[in-house]
Structure formats: C-alpha cells, structure tokens
Design a protein around this ligand. Structure first.
Ligand SMILES: [Zn+2]
Length: 341
C-alpha cells in the first residue's frame, strides 16, 4: 500500500504544477538618460530613508509604506535586486516611488503526498517547487527552497476571485504528508497531520502573513484555487484550529451559520434541489466567495468537485461533494462575512 501510495503521490506531484509558461508580462523599460545627473536624486516627500543592511553581499531594506485603509498589502521588508548597466549608476538610495507593492498577495498551503525524503527530492530536483517545505521529522527546522521574491511552481492552473495563475502572486508552503488512499467504496481516506508539524506551519504562516499583510481571504488551500484538479491539503488539515488559536485564515460565524441552517431546513430544501435556479444560486455563491466556477445551472463535475473542495476546507466532517443543508448554510455564512473583503 505504501509503495502504491508513493507512486500515486509522485505522479500527482510531478504533473500538478507544470503549466508555468503563461506568466510572461510586458515590462516597462525606462529610457537611458542622455545626461547623467550630477547630484543625487532628491525625493519629493519628506519620508525617512529606509534602513539598508547587507547580508552575504545582498542588500535588504526595512521600510513601511503600507496603507491598510486602502487594503494595500505593501510589506515592510525585502531584498533589493537592481540592474548594473555598463557605464551607468542605478540610484536607489531613496526608493522614491510610493506606487509599489509586493507581488506576494496569497499564501497557498499544500501537502506533498510523499514522505519526507521523497518530498525534498521532488521539490528541488523536478519541475515543481515551493517557497517552504515543512517536514515531519520532529525537529525545529523549516526548509526554504525558493526566495520569497521569486516564483515557485506550486499552484499550476489556478484561480481565486479575479486572479488567475497564482504562482505569480503567492507564496507556497508544502507540508509533508502522504495524502490519501481510496477505500473499496471509493471514499478518499486521508493521512492525519502531526501536531508539532501544524505548530510549525502556523508559526511560518503567521510570519509571512504579517510581513506582507496578506488578508484572511487570500490564505487558501491548493484545492480552493484548483478544485477540479487538487485535494490538498485535504479535510484533516485543521483550518478551524488555525483560525481559533492563531487567527489565521477564514472561518464562519457559528450563529450566522445556524440562522442559514434553520432557514434551509424549515423550507423544503430537498424539493428544489435539482431546480436549475437553485443550482445556479449555489454556483453564484461559490463564485462570489472566490471559487473559479462556471455558472451552468447543473450539478456538473466541476461543481461537485468545487463543493468537495469547499467541504475539505470548511465542513470537513463529510466531503461527498453534495451541497447538503449544512454545507449550504456554511457557504452562505462565509459569503456574508467575507464576500466584500
Ligand atoms: Zn498542491
């Protein structure tokens, strides 16, 4: 069973995140000035100069130009990577542009579907990668595989709200876990996470989220952003615990959920279940919450898999892909709480 699981996991990992060619964007190339300024460039504002430190020959700055009132997630820390054009000097002392932010707007959590030793090999030697790898070996180490300022290949074809191809805008964390096996009835049986490993994940997520001011709505499972392809990190990943104990990510308000549940069960929920208008409404709510889903008015395969992904994250006790009254109540409570955020 272990060998079978490894092969399944390996093939999943290898084929999961290979669509990386779609990220080329036009870049603005400034014209070279014909006359070199004789004096240093002056900033137009009176903002203090950022503190610059050098570690191992790499410059880092510490500054903070974030504006939380505008949901601006510009962070306060980063490395400085500059051009060195022959014969010219790039002046970067003051970082004068206010109109800038970091590309790190999402945090995506995965499981590797592999044991420890295979995880590190696949994520460093093959066409998939992540910024961080959280092992399950009981030590106090977390591996960094990709610089936070660079893209890692972990999300693949993906979408959330108006955003697509989230490798461009996310940090990926892979958690060592062997994933799932399928039992005789076809049900997916997932491997549990170790408590010490979850503590590592929580501490790492807290650090990244606070530095880049990543909103709760953008801390997601791989299965949230690619529900027709992915199950990770699965229903045993403790999203509620992370929300309750570490204030990480999204969770619904229990009273609001109960209100929607009472409403659903007091009306004849089952009789309208296959009504295209009801299905259309469910799909609209899933889309409004963030899932990349087409509105077909049918319980099609994409919709069932999206409901299953939603259940992994927010109603993990039963992840059969059926929009039952409780799942529907949870969805409505989440839309109410987060759709405008
Ligand atoms: Zn994944």
């Amino acid at each position: 069973m272990r060998k079978t699981l490894y092969i399944i996991g390996l093939s999943m990992a290898v084929f999961s995140c290979t669509s990386q060619q779609n990220a080329k964007k036009k870049q603005y190339i400034p014209k070279t000035p014909s006359v070199q300024p004789k004096t240093a460039v002056k900033t137009t504002s009176e903002k203090p100069k950022p503190k610059v430190t050098t570690e191992h020959g790499v410059e880092f700055f510490t500054t903070n130009i974030a504006n939380p009132a505008n949901n601006d997630n510009t962070a306060s820390y980063g490395s400085i990577v500059s051009a060195k054009p022959a014969g010219y000097k790039v002046v970067k002392t003051y970082f004068p542009a206010i109109a800038q932010n970091f590309r790190q707007r999402y945090l995506i959590l995965h499981y590797t579907a592999l044991p420890d030793d295979k995880s590190i090999t696949v994520l460093t030697q093959q066409a998939v990668s992540s910024h961080y790898l959280v092992n399950n070996t009981g030590d106090n180490q977390i591996y960094q595989l990709v610089d936070e300022n660079k893209r890692a290949y972990h999300a693949g074809v993906s979408a959330w709200r108006a955003d697509k191809n989230l490798n461009d805008t996310s940090i990926g964390i892979e958690i060592v876990n062997t994933g799932y096996i399928t039992d005789a009835s076809g049900k997916k049986i997932f491997a549990p996470f170790d408590d010490a490993q979850i503590k590592k994940v929580a501490s790492l997520v807290k650090d990244i989220v606070s530095r880049y001011q990543i909103p709760a709505t953008n801390i997601l499972a791989h299965s949230d952003i690619a529900p027709t392809r992915k199950q990770d990190p699965g229903p045993l990943f403790p999203w509620k615990k992370l929300y309750d104990e570490y204030q990480i990510g999204m969770w619904y308000d229990e009273a609001q959920k109960q209100g929607f549940y009472d409403l659903a069960t007091s009306t004849d929920f089952q009789s309208k279940y296959n009504d295209p208008a009801f299905i259309f409404n469910v799909q609209t709510q899933l889309q409004k919450f963030g899932y990349g889903l087409d509105l077909s008015g049918k319980w099609d395969d994409a919709t069932k898999k999206t409901i299953e992904a939603f259940q992994y994250h927010f109603r993990p006790e039963n992840y059969d892909g059926i929009m039952d009254a409780e799942t529907y109540a949870v969805l409505q409570a989440l839309v109410l709480k987060y759709s405008l955020k």
